[in-house]
Design a protein around this ligand. Structure first.
Ligand code: 2P0
Length: 321
């Protein structure tokens, strides 16, 4: 039996990815720029075991079935092909952030899985190859292989680092809002948007422009400009979802209250900028010096259950058990 364990941090897109390339293989239709977060981590152990007659997948302590299991098995199948192995594996994965928080875990999850699994199958893939493997599992996961600020270009096989976390003196606050019924998953949500939203083509045209603006601002250490591009990116993405039929609305009343609070804090002089993914929670990019003050203001908003703070984090890494 060969075992490997990897830890990967989650990442939040500043310039968003939403939509698949017509070229398939889970390539993305638009470029994205993210920040890897130290505070939200997945730890995954993979053991290739000659005694198993099928893969065994355990997520957060429960045996996985259905689509969640299939996605993991799909990645293991690729590694069996690459390593010319016919062995099965057991996979155990845990998030260190509150699992009931409704925060997406596929980015850190598939990054940790890809890194641990290729090692357990005896391969020593390059970072770019592991990123490409993770991307085919879940596109945002490609970015979690790298530290700090990371890009995944449209139709790119793998992500690439853009700048270290220290490029800007920032933290990300996650305002976890009251949970509602289970939301539409990202993969289904983007397919539905592509198929039915008249605003989707406009999103695909606008997203690369915003990505370029965000990247330029980041490289120039211009937080105000980065923040402006970041807010426009998430609002354009959500506009394309809301114009789908039936509408895909991830934002709640509490989401809007947090956005309004961020605007007020900014008007009062705190550099703070919001972004939302496929859920009602709000991530707020803040100058580190303002983090405690902004966090306290967000925590006082009705409907905000808790606020998590995270510094920029490292790329995925293997650990000794
Ligand atoms: C992102 N999201 O760039 C965007 C913004 C959510 C909104 O990538 O279908 O789990 O597995 O490739 O990567 C979430 O979607 O989707 C995501 P799949 P993924 O972070």
């Amino acid at each position: 039996m060969t075992t490997a364990t990897a830890i990967a941090c989650s990442n939040i897109a500043l310039a968003k990815y939403w939509g698949k390339s017509p070229r398939g293989r889970n390539l993305t239709a638009v470029p994205s720029l993210s920040l890897t977060l130290s505070g939200l981590r997945t730890r995954t152990t993979v053991s290739v075991d000659a005694t198993l007659s099928e893969d065994r997948v355990e997520l957060g302590g429960s045996v996985a079935s259905g689509r969640a299991r299939e996605r993991v098995v799909g990645l293991l199948d690729e590694l069996r092909t690459l390593s010319r192995s016919r062995r099965f594996a057991s996979v155990a994965s845990h998030n260190d952030f509150p699992t009931a928080s409704g925060l997406a875990s596929s980015a850190s999850g598939f990054a940790a899985l890809a890194l641990a699994a290729q090692a357990a199958f005896g391969l020593s893939l390059s970072r770019a190859e592991v990123s490409a493997l993770a991307r085919r599992g879940s596109a945002s996961a490609a970015r979690s292989l790298f530290p700090g600020f990371v890009e995944l270009l449209a139709e790119a096989e793998s992500a690439e680092p853009v700048a270290p976390g220290e490029q800007l003196d920032v933290e990300m606050l996650v305002a976890v809002t009251t949970l509602g019924p289970k939301e539409t998953g990202s993969t289904d949500g983007m397919r539905h948007t592509q198929a039915t939203s008249p605003y989707y083509p406009a999103w695909v045209t606008a997203a690369p422009v915003l990505f370029a603006e965000a990247k330029q601002a980041l490289l120039a250490r211009d937080l105000e400009r980065l923040g402006a591009a970041m807010e426009h990116s998430t609002l354009l993405m959500h506009a394309s979802m809301m114009a789908a039929r039936p509408a895909l609305i991830y934002l709640r009343d509490s989401t809007l209250r947090v956005m309004e609070c961020v605007r007020q804090l900014r008007a009062a002089g705190s550099a703070a900028f919001f972004t939302m993914d496929a859920g009602p929670h709000v991530k707020v990019l803040v100058e580190r010096a303002n983090s405690a003050r902004v966090s306290a203001a967000l925590a006082a908003i009705p409907g905000v259950e808790r606020v998590l703070a995270s510094a920029p984090g490292p790329g995925a890494f293997l650990v000794e058990e």
